[in-house]
Design a protein around this ligand. Structure first.
Ligand code: UDP
Ligand code: MG
Length: 160
């Protein structure tokens, strides 16, 4: 049994996290970034961005048939968002847990939505729902040169 080999085989995933316009307007950017930072994930991309309608529609294309789709596109394009790429072992599922249920009233206290939001249509943050969508969404929202590969000084203190 070679634990260092097992650890190195762990899959490093990436996820797209976004502070939605209500989170920016409410001054929650630092608070939301801080949740992922404190958990120990690695930030590889970050920008404040006014999302064009076409990009919002592409990002949420799976929801096109839903009755709330037009309102969702209006909401996401209503002001600047903060786009983030985060990397780490299990980051996609873990970020979804940190974010909490889509409906903030059902989200557990301690989660971002559970602590900071009340309505599904104003739920302050987005997180990719699978590693495949993590890659897809980072590719949609970021140009190649906007992402940074780096090794945080804390890395050896986070994982054995
Ligand atoms: N949404 C909405 N009404 C609904 C369901 C979803 O306005 O009944 C919005 C909400 O902002 C949500 C987003 O659409 O975060 C995407 O929906 P999804 O089911 O993918 O939820 P998420 O992955 O964000 O938890
Ligand atoms: Mg989703």
């Amino acid at each position: 049994f070679l634990p260092h080999l097992v650890a190195s085989m762990e899959q490093v995933d990436e996820t797209y996290i976004m502070v939605k316009p209500d989170g920016v307007q409410r001054g929650l950017v630092g608070e939301i970034i801080s949740r992922f930072e404190k958990k120990g994930f690695k930030l590889t991309g970050l920008k404040l961005f006014q999302c064009p309608k076409e990009l919002a529609e592409e990002h949420y294309k799976d929801l096109k048939a839903k009755p709330f789709f037009p309102g969702l596109i209006d909401y996401i394009t209503s002001g600047p968002v903060v786009c983030m790429a985060w990397e780490g072992v299990g980051v996609v599922a873990s970020a979804r847990k940190l974010i909490g249920s889509t409906d903030p009233l059902k989200a557990e206290p301690g989660t971002i939505r559970g602590d900071l939001a009340v309505q599904t249509g104003r739920n302050v943050v987005h997180g990719s729902d699978s590693p495949e969508n993590g890659k897809r969404e980072i590719g949609l929202w970021f140009e190649e040169g906007e992402l940074c590969q780096w090794t945080p000084a804390q890395a050896p203190w986070l994982r054995e």
